[in-house]
Design a protein around this ligand. Structure first.
Ligand code: GAP
Length: 534
């Protein structure tokens, strides 16, 4: 239910966004994916064996960017907040954790197989695909009318009056309602009935020969070596949050934190997604950055609002334009949640969840208290009471953050003053994988090379620097632009004479002659993460 409920209520908004998914945006997405591979950001896992579906490896530039995003999160959540501490819990946890959290019984998606193609699908996604087609029909009518009426076209009026649009809108609403009910009630029979009634065919084979729909638990399991059977069954954690909940008392006692306080962690999570799509958006192995904020019962609404605001600010500080971010409140809540909202980002395939903020009440701590038989409570020294704290959670996927950042930053533009085009990754300098590239103007000139290598070595102590002499200066600039390096320093004949260098700004392309000894200070000031907080 955790998954089902969350996915369901995303549906209503995603329809509009899908209408806006033009070919342009599809091309934009393909470009981001190709760029990630070409420039060593992300590779398909086990590519030499034709890859492992929905699992990806981060390459040399990717790992730097991802680490910087994690560092920005850790700094702003843990190091800049006296009342938030970090932990790093193990991936494996006692199997009872997942019973208590509800994941064993309710972390399911409805799946259905096609008997002819042997392909497996999410039943709800097949029905959503059918609904997308209805939307596409509405969209087509509107596009046709807009062309016919030109400037005089009133889309709102047309939607209200055109009989074909009205009929399709009604069909869409009825399907959405029926799907929502079937999902909430876990009515597998009705999901199958809908697929048959709507004549939904297997996208792979066109066959309509379906098995029954059934629930599929998304947790990966494995076995402890020394204990056979169910007793030794372990799960790969599907969320990092539970490692925080079961450590609540340990952390509270050892750090002597008073409510309200938070525990944060960054770590891998695993979900056996039936259909994993859209590159690193939905993966089977991914990373989460989660923070559980423990509060006095009764103060949850106030903290929920505070964390919503803080988290949105975190995103905009990084330079993501406000119009690419929006809220999406959940109508149907996961079993643990009292209130939930998503920060959605306008990915190249439309607005989708980037981060979740959930008011979890005392669900998790109470469940662990009950199943473990241990007291998991907080002693409030002011009221002299013991109670189970409430929790407001912020949860963001590292990989989704990476994809949002890449797709926002990648720009194809004409090089000012030239007919040439360039791909440039306009990342905020504080998170750029490489902060400064040192480029000798002549690679066969030992004096220039030695000076460049020395500068590179010196700068490496302060930030990530690259030395490159593998091409013409134009080609070297293009490559650094493509990986988002904010500054390039060129060393030439004059540098040997007067110890000055040229420093080039990635975005403005302005080149400035500066004393070599000032490069470190100039770059350091511009790439300082502190700027993100000001
Ligand atoms: N502890 C709450 C929780 O896990 P969630 O909405 O299921 O909530 C939180 O996941 C975040 O984790 C999402 O907003 C998303 O960024 C990321 N995420 C979830 N499933 C993912 C997947 N299969 N691949 C990549 N990121 C995922």
């Amino acid at each position: 239910m955790i998954q089902q409920a969350k996915r369901l209520n995303k549906r209503s908004d995603s329809t509009t966004q899908q209408l806006n998914n033009t070919m342009n945006r599809q091309d934009e997405f393909k470009k981001v994916v190709a760029h990630c591979k070409e420039y060593g950001f992300i590779y398909q896992s086990s590519e030499v064996y034709d890859g492992l579906s929905a699992v990806y490896d981060y390459g040399p530039y990717g790992v730097e960017l991802k680490n910087n995003l994690k560092q920005y999160w850790w700094k702003s959540m843990v190091q800049m907040n006296d009342n938030i501490v970090g932990i790093d819990a193990a991936i494996f946890m006692h199997p009872k954790v997942w019973k208590a959290s509800g994941h064993v019984d309710a972390f399911n998606d409805p799946l259905i197989d096609n008997k002819d193609s042997n392909k497996r699908y999410r039943a709800d996604q097949l029905i959503e695909g059918y609904m997308d087609k209805i939307e596409a029909k509405i969209n087509k009518e509107i596009a046709k009318a807009a062309k016919r009426f030109g400037d005089a076209f009133d889309e709102a009026e047309f939607r209200k009056t055109n009989p074909r649009v009205l009929a399709n809108a009604e069909k869409h609403a009825a399907t959405a309602k029926r799907l929502a009910t079937a999902m909430t009630n876990e009515d597998m029979g009705d999901l199958k009935a809908m697929i048959e009634e709507y004549g939904i065919a297997c996208p792979d084979s066109g066959s309509k020969n379906w098995t029954e729909a059934r629930q599929f638990n998304l947790m990966f399991s494995t076995q402890l070596g020394n204990i056979a059977g169910e007793e030794g069954k372990l799960y790969l954690r599907p969320e990092t949050a539970q490692g925080i909940f079961v450590n609540f008392s340990n952390v509270q006692k050892t750090t002597r934190q008073k409510l309200p306080f938070g525990i944060a962690q960054i770590g891998k999570a695993f979900r056996n997604e039936i259909v994993a799509r859209q590159f690193i958006f939905r993966m089977r192995e991914f990373e989460q950055m989660e923070m559980q904020f423990f509060i006095k019962p009764g103060t949850q609404d106030e903290w929920f609002e505070k964390w919503k605001e803080k988290r949105m600010q975190w995103h905009t500080s990084l330079g993501h334009p406000a119009e690419k971010l929006r809220w999406h409140d959940h109508d149907n809540l996961a079993h643990y949640a009292k209130a939930a909202t998503d920060i959605e980002f306008d990915f190249p395939f439309g607005f989708k969840e980037l981060e979740g903020i959930h008011s979890r009440g005392d669900f998790d701590l109470s469940q662990h208290q009950e199943l473990s038989g241990r007291k998991i409570q907080y002693f409030d020294s002011e009221t002299k009471e013991n109670y189970v704290p409430y929790v407001v959670e912020t949860s963001i996927g590292c990989d989704r953050m990476f994809l949002a950042t890449m797709s926002n930053a990648l720009v194809e533009e004409q090089v000012p003053g030239s007919d040439n085009m360039r791909d440039v990754l306009k990342l905020n300098p504080a998170i750029a994988p490489v902060k400064c590239a040192v480029l000798p103007l002549k690679k066969n000139e030992p004096g220039i090379v030695a000076l460049a290598k020395k500068l590179h070595k010196d700068l490496s102590f302060s930030f990530n620097t690259h030395y490159d002499d593998t091409g013409s200066i134009g080609k070297l600039y293009r490559r650094q632009d493509a990986v988002g390096t904010p500054f390039c320093v060129t060393i030439d004949f004059d540098s040997m004479e007067d110890q000055t260098v040229t420093i080039r700004d990635r975005d403005s392309l302005v080149q400035e002659r500066v004393p070599m000894e000032r490069v470190e200070e100039i770059v350091k000031e511009k790439v300082d993460m502190r700027k993100l907080f000001s």
